[in-house]
Design a protein around this ligand. Structure first.
Ligand code: ADP
Length: 258
């Protein structure tokens, strides 16, 4: 905001003051544009599964339901659409709060068993892709943090590594508690070009839209990771080389609560 005032005395001896205020609206306009983009992206993403659901219900009602094989096949597709909608809504909600009005409880997390349990929920795809996973870090470490924010960060990073690692790929998860808590996830997958690295944390940004959508990606995961890491007072780095793989590292502060 530019604030200038001009004082002068007229011939009649009276004192006058002219006040001028100019607002720089660049940032406001930028935020408005971002909001518009976000809404149009959200609508577009929601439309796809809804259109598919409507198409399949219509075909079923038109008679396709009478063939048991078609019925099963269509229901399976419709279930996938519904799961996608559920995931989108959950992630949009996760993104929509800035954490300011919510107070999360601190919890002591035993990091090693926490990671093992998380990996367990991906055992099917890990087996299918024949991935080899290594979890390194002191098994005794407990880290005090806000679980509701911490969990989605770790989950999204691990999920991406599993998703973007090639068949037979290797993933290394490392954590340490020193001056701060660090957690890194390294994969030997596709890697991310320098140009894409600059945009990867943007909402809905996907390097390969078709591939990401096919594997259930929404393009929201990393923006949630970045948002939550910052809410916890930390930061995230990415080291990646095309064709070689990526390492995402989250640095989080050590909380002291009395
Ligand atoms: P998505 O739901 O599509 O995975 P994210 O926000 O988690 O969305 O990631 C955004 C994009 O970043 C992905 O679509 C993918 O192109 C790229 N990406 C994320 N993690 C990795 C990774 N470990 N290796 C290669 N590319 C990745």
């Amino acid at each position: 905001v530019l604030d200038t005032s001009l004082r002068f005395i007229e011939d009649d001896g009276n004192h006058y003051q002219v006040l001028g205020i100019a607002y720089d609206l660049t940032r406001v306009r930028q935020l408005e544009a971002m909001q518009k983009d976000f809404v149009s992206n959200v609508s577009h993403e929601l439309k796809t599964p809804v259109t598919s659901l409507l198409g399949f219900t219509e075909t079923l009602l038109d008679g396709a339901k009478d063939d048991p094989d078609t019925l099963k096949q269509f229901l399976e597709i419709m279930q996938k659409d519904a799961i996608r909608l559920q995931q989108l809504i959950q992630e949009i909600l996760q993104l929509s709060h800035d954490g300011k009005n919510i107070s999360y409880d601190f919890q002591q997390i035993k990091v090693y068993p926490f990671v093992q349990e998380l990996l367990h929920s991906y055992s099917k795809i890990i087996k299918e892709k024949q991935l080899s996973l290594a979890v390194t870090g002191n098994e005794q470490i407990t880290y005090l943090t806000k679980y509701e924010l911490f969990y989605p960060i770790i989950k999204n990073l691990i999920e991406n590594a599993i998703q973007y690692a090639p068949n037979g790929g290797e993933i290394t998860i490392h954590f340490a508690l020193e001056k701060e808590f660090t957690f890194s996830v390294q994969d030997n997958g596709l890697g991310i070009s320098q140009k894409d690295q600059e945009r990867i944390f943007e909402r809905f940004y996907r390097v390969d839209k078709a591939r990401s959508r096919h594997s259930g990606g929404t393009g929201l995961g990393l923006s949630i990771v970045q948002n939550y890491t910052e809410l916890l007072g930390g930061h995230i780095t990415l080291d990646s080389h095309l064709g070689l793989g990526s390492t995402f590292t989250v640095y989080l502060p050590i909380e002291k609560i009395n």
